[in-house]
Ligand binder design. Structure first.
Ligand SMILES: Cc1ncc(COP(=O)(O)O)c(C=O)c1O
Length: 333
């Protein structure tokens, strides 16, 4: 199949870019130094390639990702790097055969929920500066004690410096990461355990304080990440669209808000100027000449994780040839 025969909007991964990103990361953070975050791609076929590169342990954001990874035989060491109070989903993760599941906790309520559902291992999630989940570093020891009292093993700490990973200046990213990790290490002293888990694509080479890095977006890059100073990863994801209307002033293609994440600004169109996106359309100008109805245009996603999560399948191409089609099988919660 040729890329231009795919029904649009079509989510397409470039095999060579993917290969470059996987190899670059595996050389920098071999084996368990990287705990790839599967939320970036939600695709067990792609996770299997990460496993083949030596990364046996994975990070997940949702119970659905944990359960799907375990069922696909990728459950050697799965971390739900997120809080859950859902007794049914926690119990479903605890019941997974042949999988090791560790859950993040950051409060009495999340400890009680995990223990009550039969979860055996936890990490204490520490707030290292981003206003999201995570306990105060000074409270981490108390939460770890509570988890141990409830019969769970505490493997260590995690703390995601999410407000740092996208900072443009490399120097600023270094200084801010150090600051965040000092907070995490304070907590680790009180909690104990072997695991100090943190980091993302923007800090993968900077964060030497954590002993495992949770990067995910590196696999396929995006316009925001590849623009960051000092990152060796390349853009590998496209959404292809078909021109469905054209006049002297503008043209319209069939990929809109429902095929693309918009939180990192309008994704650019190769060779054209985006005017605006609506539900199922992108309206654009073409200074280089009016496109014809039926032409194909390439959108460059600005944020890969939520873009991929909108699609059922991801096609893998080399040049113009579609060499594989993967189900985006870890979608949902
Ligand atoms: C808990 C956690 N760890 C790590 C990451 C790193 O992801 P990325 O590689 O996309 O920066 C994220 C992304 O949001 C996250 O939420």
């Amino acid at each position: 199949v040729n890329i231009h025969d795919l029904p649009t909007p079509a989510l397409v991964a470039d095999a060579d870019a993917l290969e470059h990103n996987l190899a670059t990361m595996a050389a920098a953070l071999p084996g368990p130094r990287l705990r790839p975050h599967v939320k970036a791609h939600k695709c067990t076929s792609l996770a299997r390639l990460q496993l083949e590169r030596g990364h046996t342990n994975f990070t997940c954001a949702t119970p659905r990702e944990v359960i799907g990874m375990a069922r696909a035989g990728l459950g050697e060491d799965l971390l739900l790097a997120n809080q859950s109070l859902d007794a049914d989903r926690l119990a479903a993760m605890a019941a997974l055969d042949g999988a090791r599941v560790t859950v993040a906790v950051d409060s009495d309520a999340t400890v009680v929920a995990a223990a009550g559902a039969g979860i055996r291992e936890v990490l204490v999630d520490v707030n290292v500066g981003m206003p999201r989940c995570g306990c105060d570093p000074d409270d981490a020891g108390r939460i770890a004690d509570l988890a141990r009292q409830r019969g769970m093993e505490v493997r260590g700490v995690m703390g995601y410096e999410g407000h740092v990973v996208g900072v443009e200046s490399h120097e600023a990213r270094v200084a801010m990461t150090e600051d965040c990790m000092q907070r995490l290490l304070v907590a680790h002293d009180k909690v104990g355990g072997d695991v100090v888990s943190a980091g993302g694509t923007g800090t993968y080479a900077i964060n030497t304080w954590a002993n495992e890095i949770q990067a995910g977006s590196y696999v396929l890059g995006d316009t925001k990440y590849v623009a960051l100073e000092g990152l060796p990863f390349v853009e590998g994801l496209s959404v292809w669209a078909t021109v469905i209307h054209a006049n002297d002033d503008w043209a319209v293609a069939d990929a809109g808000l429902k095929a693309l994440a918009m939180d990192h600004d309008n994704p650019p169109l190769d060779g054209h100027e985006v005017w605006f996106y609506s539900d199922e359309h992108v309206t654009f100008g073409s200074p280089g000449g009016r496109p014809a109805v039926g032409d194909r245009v390439r959108v460059r996603p600005a944020h890969i994780d939520p873009t991929i999560a909108k699609h059922d399948v991801m096609h893998v191409v080399r040049g113009e040839e579609v060499i594989d089609t993967w189900e985006v099988d870890l979608r949902g919660w």
